[in-house]
Write a protein that binds this ligand. Structure first.
Ligand code: COA
Length: 262
């Protein structure tokens, strides 16, 4: 990988966008590498969840690479947008939890990438925004849709039309991030702690939580029916037998072979 670092931290894969001199701007190559890295993590049975972050202390990702698309034709721009959508969708619908650890600027495509993740934790210094209108553009990787999903249309329109970034505290208040880390330095530790709690739960159930909430976000009328079907199907899984049995026996469930934590 040219622009990413991919590391194993126990059962977590840590994917770090690594173009710090360009504030981790997402050129096409980087986007494709993110797609490949996430697919690798999903296919690897030893990886149970993913953290996506940016290298350096300044940026998660400062957007699509403006220099790269500066001279694009309409067709090339449409193609780039479609590729971006494909990659963001692959993250949003990934079966294992993906968390964005936002260590600085998450702007444009960087915020769209963070919004495609299932969870977001921001460093206190993070700034999040969709500045595309400054370029006479709109977000092209799902931002007009996912921002409405996470913050509601009123706040989404303010961010999209003004192009102004918001700070971490506002992002938390608006629901754009789940948490703010205690310090910039503790971002990865705090992200790992949240994921480790989730990894102690039933992994198949967690996976269905991702899938079913995505249906709700898409306004899919089938979501309620799918919940009924899924709830039923889980009773055929050893996972629910272990979870229910552990509760009744007053012990911790061992969904992945051994019980640990709370
Ligand atoms: N695309 C391409 N290059 C980018 C970039 C982007 N989205 N964001 C930053 N960079 C590059 C800069 O061009 C600069 O490269 P250089 O040193 O070769 O000139 C380098 O990253 C550092 O950025 P710089 O602007 O000098 O840092 P700063 O601290 O002064 O400003 C930002 C930080 C984030 C406010 C500013 O970089 C910015 O506005 N970036 C563009 C954000 C944007 O519009 N994103 C949406 C794109 S659709």
């Amino acid at each position: 990988m040219q622009n990413l670092r991919y590391e194993h931290h126990g059962s977590l894969a840590l994917i770090t966008i690594n173009r710090p001199d360009k504030l981790n701007a997402l050129n096409r190559q980087t986007l494709l590498e993110i797609e490949e890295a996430v697919a690798t993590a999903m296919a690897d049975a030893a990886v149970h969840a993913v953290i996506l972050t940016g290298s350096g202390d300044k940026a998660f990702a400062a957007g699509a690479d403006v220099a790269e698309f500066a001279h694009y034709t309409a067709t090339e721009a449409r193609d780039l947008s479609a590729v971006g959508h494909r990659i963001m969708d692959s993250i949003a619908t990934a079966p294992k939890p993906v968390l964005a650890a936002i260590n600085g600027f998450a702007l444009g495509g960087g915020l769209e990438l963070a919004m495609a993740c299932h969870l977001r934790i921001a460093a206190p210094t993070a700034r999040l925004g969709q500045p595309e209108v400054n370029l006479g553009l709109i977000p092209g990787y799902g931002g007009t849709q996912r921002l409405v999903e996470w913050v509601g249309r009123a706040r989404a329109l303010e961010m999209l039309m003004s192009g102004d970034p918001i700070d971490a505290a506002t992002a938390l208040q608006w629901g754009l991030v789940n948490r703010i880390s205690a310090t910039a330095e503790s971002l990865l530790e705090d992200s790992t702690a949240l994921l480790n709690r989730i990894l102690q739960r039933g992994p198949i159930a967690v996976s269905h939580c991702i899938r079913l909430t995505a249906l709700a976000a898409q306004g899919d009328p089938d979501g309620y029916l799918q919940e009924i079907e899924t709830f039923g199907s889980l009773f055929q899984q050893p996972e629910s037998r272990e979870g229910i049995g552990a509760f009744l026996e007053k012990r911790k469930a061992a969904f992945r072979g051994s019980a640990s934590g709370s």
